[in-house]
Design a protein around this ligand. Structure first.
Ligand code: MRU
Length: 377
């Protein structure tokens, strides 16, 4: 079950409502999410008391972005365990809630394994629940640490590639604190550049059809005091042609063993543009996003989303008239092609930056070496 309540206070906004948190009120543990579908219009929290509410929140993108999906999945297993639900069943539905971001199943499996190990060691379910929660908290903490280290490596790489400073960075989708235990991935690098006085402008792709760039990245950029400008996705070409982009920084939902990068649809065209215009195309992601079990880009399952996300416009502040819950912008019955992600081949990626350092050029060997450093044994 999920409940919603609105946070209005300026205090909370200043402090920043975290994207996710675990709470233990007297009625029992809950997972509290900042409902990202309602941003930037309002800051509303969603309180999940079971895995099915969390699955719904994941599918509706109330909680989203690869690293945060991993953290949410781990807490979801802990929630099921703490509330006495069938942990295996909860883990299975959670892991399958969205297919592309590998972090989701990784987070679920970490908490599931901790629960299983506690029981296998002779523990009662209550000890299993504690172990699952500890695993979720660890993943949350590790992601925050990874985020800070990615920011450092990413900024060093930017400074090396663009020695003049005054970086003008184009980004796509949303990769800040809304998707992470820390300050995010690609956005964290832009933020580090901003703090170091070396970010001239953040170009923010609006990211059709669900506007993660316009609604979320612009919101985060404004709160951080960055110089930013929003553009429609299809304005990127003329921006490159005008020589206004020094580097592209994006996140990733899954990186295959060969270095192919699945990220929000619209990333691949940016990589093609960047190559044509001799602009570095940099992917920033934690090592948890690299999936050694996915051989190449063709093996990545790309989530297909409802066509109504394209044929209708939805926003929390507009009245609903279409069958998909939004205002129709196409003739009734129009079919839509709506993949949530696309795949960029490794040869178009200048570098992949992780908390363990950067791989450039992007090769299977380089990635494997970096993963071995992060996951020894
Ligand atoms: O469909 P979404 O909003 O979950 O897609 C998110 C993205 O594509 C992000 O760019 C990606 O998860 C990287 S976030 C660090």
């Amino acid at each position: 079950m999920a409940d919603q309540y609105a946070q209005s206070g300026e205090d909370k906004r200043q402090a920043g409502i975290p994207a996710i948190r675990w709470e233990e009120p007297p009625e029992g543990p809950v997972l509290v999410l900042l409902d990202q579908t309602r941003l930037p219009a309002e800051e509303v929290e969603l309180v999940c008391t079971d895995a099915s509410a969390l699955v719904e929140a994941i599918r509706s993108l109330a909680v989203r972005g690869a690293p945060l999906l991993g953290i949410a999945g781990a807490y979801g297993v802990a929630l099921a365990a703490a509330r006495g639900f069938d942990v295996e069943e909860a883990a299975t539905v959670l892991a399958g809630a969205r297919p592309t971001a590998v972090n989701l199943s990784l987070g679920v499996n970490r908490a599931r394994a901790a629960y299983g190990a506690a029981l296998a060691g002779g523990g009662e379910p209550v000890q299993g629940a504690r172990a699952a929660l500890a695993a979720a908290r660890r993943l949350h903490r590790e992601d925050a640490e990874a985020s800070a280290r990615m920011a450092g490596h990413g900024l060093a790489l930017l400074d090396e590639l663009l020695p003049g400073g005054g970086h003008r960075i184009l980004t796509h989708c949303n990769t800040g604190s809304l998707v992470s235990g820390g300050e995010g991935t690609a956005f964290a690098v832009a933020l580090a550049a901003h703090r170091a006085g070396r970010l001239r402008r953040l170009w923010v792709d609006e990211t059709r059809p669900l506007l993660q760039g316009a609604r979320l990245t612009a919101w985060e950029a404004a709160r951080s005091g960055m110089a930013y400008t929003l553009l429609t996705d299809n304005a990127a070409g003329s921006l490159f042609a005008a020589g206004e982009v020094d580097a592209v920084l994006i996140g990733a939902d899954r990186i295959a063993a060969d270095g192919s990068v699945a990220n929000k649809v619209g990333s691949y065209p940016l990589a093609v543009l960047a190559r044509y215009h001799h602009v570095p195309f940099i992917v920033v992601a934690p090592v948890t996003t690299v999936d050694p079990h996915t051989a190449n880009g063709a093996a990545i399952e790309v989530e297909q989303r409802p066509g109504s996300e394209v044929t209708e416009v939805t926003a929390p502040q507009v009245p609903v008239t279409g069958a998909g819950g939004g205002i129709p912008v196409a003739p009734l019955g129009t079919q839509a092609y709506n993949p949530a992600f696309d795949v960029t081949p490794p040869e178009l990626v200048t570098a992949i930056v992780t908390e363990e350092g950067a791989v450039s050029p992007v090769t299977a060997e380089g990635l494997a070496e970096l993963c071995a450093r992060a996951r020894p044994g």
